[in-house]
Design a protein around this ligand. Structure first.
Ligand code: SF4
Length: 222
């Protein structure tokens, strides 16, 4: 990676922190809660996801109970998240795999692993991709990893920090290598906010953007 990209990454990080802050996130859930919440978040919005998660936590007092529940009962409990039959099946399959591999419904051992090893362990679970793994490691354990959602992917590509052709999956490790480590914990939150408010998918507000001096998209469209 070129020195120019690295310098740009440092500047972008500083500016984002000065505008949006250095906090990681307001939520810190136990790792299995975070994993299940991520399954519930697929193809729905935050409101429906939280509603389904609260309903699930209200109906069952432990993950062991969720695993033992009839699948159709679990599906009804989480119906506000949409695609509830599929999600109920997925949640139980993930819990079952953890139970079989660890001997209990607990993945707190990941905190003591190297980040790469913990990512590998999580993504070896059926249906767990790099974004879900990064969400668990960042939000539950506070490790310096970057979940790459659609906002993070779009903004970093437009800025020219990663190439336009880089896949979202590959962007995870690439961005973690490029961005300064002290900036990574707050980077997801900051880029999501910037992507929602300024660097929108359609009609980005480039004239109002604090990053426009460093942006490839802006320099080629202005
Ligand atoms: S200048 Fe435009 S394209 Fe570049 S980051 Fe800002 S809003 Fe996005």
């Amino acid at each position: 990676m070129s020195e120019e990209i690295r310098r740009k990454a440092v500047k972008v990080c500083k500016i984002l922190i000065s505008k949006y802050g250095k906090e990681v996130s307001e939520r810190k859930l136990p790792p299995i809660d975070e994993l299940v919440m991520t399954i519930l978040s697929q193809h729905t919005n935050d409101i429906n996801m939280f509603r389904a998660f609260e309903s699930l936590k209200g109906a069952y007092s432990s993950w062991e109970e969720v695993l033992a529940a009839p699948q159709d009962e679990l599906a009804v409990t989480i119906r506000s998240s949409g695609m509830y039959n599929l999600k109920a099946k997925r949640i139980q399959a993930t819990l079952r795999e953890i139970q079989e591999r660890v001997g209990k419904l607990d993945i707190s051992h990941l905190e003591t692993m190297e980040i790469a090893e913990a990512k590998e362990w999580l993504t070896s679970l059926h249906g767990v991709g790099p974004k879900t793994a990064a969400i668990v490691l960042l939000f539950s354990f506070g490790l310096p990893v970057l979940p790459v959602d659609t906002h993070v992917w779009r903004v970093t590509k437009r800025l020219g920090i990663i190439d336009m052709k880089v896949s979202r999956e590959k962007a995870h490790n690439l961005l973690e290598q490029i961005m300064p480590i002290d900036c990574i914990p707050s980077l997801n939150k900051n880029l999501v906010q910037h992507g929602r408010e300024i660097c929108r998918a359609q009609n980005p507000k480039c004239a109002d953007c604090i990053l426009n001096h460093f942006c490839d998209y802006y320099s080629s469209h202005s």
